[in-house]
Design a protein around this ligand. Structure first.
Ligand SMILES: [Fe+2]
Ligand SMILES: [Fe+2]
Length: 301
């Protein structure tokens, strides 16, 4: 156990619950950021990574529940699991639409499934220290990944450049609804890690693992989409394209991404210090997909 217990910002706390959503994809074009396949496909990678990644979070968290001896944190974890299950399904539902548009993601998603289910899956470890070590390692990896999902959530909620470019409203709503819930539950994974382990060396090591894996999987995913996009003759992905899109505001900026690294590694870091729960809840109260699902349940249209 670490002695470091960074302070949470109390006003950022909220009771978590999964929200139903309903998206209609028929009208979403292949390049949903008009004229910008690179930004489109960089964000499309989320649909490849998140279904398997978030299912894996849930799988790990079900195993960690018995180690949580704080009633509030238990409730948070159960709310977190509920939200991630809906996210995973919502991104999965985009894949058939991409396939219809000529972009079959199956070869790539098969690799991602292997990554989460086999490489990061349960290993045949005997009960005891080794099994616990591997569980704690994965809990810490999830905390590091959730630093980035919260970062991206905060970014997408404030990405006015995408509105100015006329990005597809349904896709923007999916990303902003998801991003808002990521901001809303941004403290859970870190608090779970601090509760069950909290070791600083483990935090640094697993951040390194998570960051490298994300960069590796993401750039492969973007390259996969750019090379297989039926409307592009010579689709390429490059770091320069990423950097330039960040400057234009259609993707997160590289300097902002780099600045987020020392924040996570700081001894005083707590996720509640970043992003705004009020902004997230405001978006969730108006999200067209959430309102559409509510109208379906109540029978009002
Ligand atoms: Fe999520
Ligand atoms: Fe999350």
């Amino acid at each position: 156990m670490s002695n470091t217990q960074p302070a949470a910002v109390a006003s950022e706390r909220t009771e978590l619950r999964a929200r139903k959503v309903s998206f209609a994809w028929e009208r979403t074009p292949l390049h949903w950021v008009p004229g910008d396949p690179f930004s489109t496909h960089t964000m499309n990678v989320l649909h490849l990574l998140l279904p398997a990644g978030e299912r894996w979070f849930i799988h790990v968290y079900r195993q960690v529940l018995p180690y949580i001896h704080d009633e509030q944190l238990r409730r948070d974890v159960i709310g977190f699991i509920g939200q991630e299950a809906v996210h995973s399904q919502a991104h999965d539902d985009v894949l058939p639409h991409l396939k219809k548009l000529g972009l079959d993601p199956t070869p790539y998603t098969a690799q991602v499934d292997w990554f989460f289910e086999k490489l990061l899956g349960d290993r045949t470890l005997p009960p005891g220290r080794a099994r616990r070590w591997w569980l704690m390692e994965r809990v810490a990896i999830i905390a590091a990944i959730e630093h980035y999902t919260a970062f991206l959530g905060d970014w997408i909620l404030n990405s006015e450049a995408l509105d100015r470019k006329g990005a597809d409203p349904t896709m923007l709503d999916l990303l902003r609804w998801h991003g808002a819930e990521e901001v809303e539950h941004r403290s859970v994974a870190f608090e779970v890690f601090m509760h069950v382990d909290g070791g600083y060396r483990r935090r640094v090591r697993t951040w390194g693992l998570a960051f490298s894996a994300l960069v590796f999987l993401w750039q492969r995913g973007v390259r996969f989409f750019m090379e297989n996009d039926p409307s592009l003759l010579d689709g390429k992905a490059s770091f320069k394209a990423f950097y330039d899109s960040g400057k234009r505001g259609t993707l997160p900026s590289t300097p902002a991404l780099l600045r987020s690294i020392p924040r996570y590694l700081s001894h005083s870091y707590h996720p509640s210090q970043e992003g705004s729960t009020a902004q997230a809840l405001d978006y969730l109260a108006h999200s067209p997909a959430a309102l559409a699902a509510e109208a379906r349940t109540t029978g009002t249209h």
